[in-house]
Design a protein around this ligand. Structure first.
Ligand code: PGA
Length: 257
């Protein structure tokens, strides 16, 4: 796949990442049949990185069953390291289980479970302490989109992250317009590219942003993935619904190759 080159991306060697977010889905039988159906031959390109984020109870199982070429990630993490925090899972536990990345600030966490921008920063920091890659999700609601506030909202969501030293090489950003998540409505490649370029520009203010990986998420599927991946500032996808099907997820990986 040949991507267009922008003023930020010239000379950069960014890989294309395809990450699956299973959300609150998949029991043991589903996990086993997904793994049985996964042909690691789809990961032939050195330029593509892929991974799956199951629910916490399946992290270990999935890590043991999947080929090492596929990364395993968590869907969230505690902002606390240890102690009296019933029900929480720490970044050191994730690392202990061989987890390589964790989603932070997914819109469902921001909207339903109180993840504020401050908490998102705390979570990013605890993950970085354990060398687990944070995948920080940002995105506007439908009302904010209609009011023309997309860039303002995203700038606010990113502001805290800009103070992290060498941040562009330490985190991934996933742009997920909330109106596109699970709705079948995808931002057009042009709409998504405009916001991705805006996101990269935020980081350009603090350091060279050409190495920052920026994923698009929101109803990505095997039919629309390629046109998104061809955009100069779109470095892959965070895939929800379509990642539950090993066949669809594999096709999205192929579209990135
Ligand atoms: P979707 O979810 O692909 O089902 O829209 C994406 C996400 O929430 O990460």
């Amino acid at each position: 796949m040949m991507r267009a080159v922008s003023k930020y991306t010239e000379g950069a060697m960014r890989k294309t990442w395809v990450l699956g977010n299973w959300k609150l889905n998949q029991l043991t039988d589903d996990v086993v049949s997904w793994v049985d159906g996964f042909d690691s031959g789809v990961l032939i390109s050195d330029n593509v990185v892929a991974g799956i984020a199951p629910s916490f109870p399946y992290l270990s199982r999935l890590r043991n069953l999947l080929p090492q070429s596929l990364k395993v990630g968590a869907q969230t993490v505690s902002e606390y390291n240890n102690g009296a925090y019933t029900g929480e899972v720490s970044s050191s536990m994730l690392r202990d289980l061989g987890v390589e990345f964790a989603l932070v600030g997914h819109s469902e966490r921001r909207q339903m479970f109180g993840d504020t921008n401050k908490i998102v920063l705390n979570k990013v920091n605890v993950l970085l302490e354990q060398s687990v890659l944070p995948v920080v999700c940002v995105g506007e609601t439908e009302a904010e989109f209609k009011a023309g506030k997309t860039k303002q909202v995203i700038a606010e969501q990113l502001a805290n992250l800009l103070s992290i030293d060498n941040v562009c090489n330490k985190i991934i950003v996933a742009y997920e317009p909330i109106w596109a998540i699970g709705t079948g409505l995808t931002a057009t490649p042009d709409q998504a590219q405009e916001i991705h370029s805006f996101i990269r520009a935020q980081f350009e203010a603090v350091e060279a942003a050409e190495s920052l990986i920026i994923l698009y998420g929101g109803s990505v599927n095997e039919a629309n993935a390629k046109s998104l991946f061809l955009q100069e500032d779109i470095d892959g996808a965070l895939v929800g619904g379509a990642s539950l099907s090993v066949d669809k997820f594999s096709k999205i990986i192929r579209a990135a190759s």
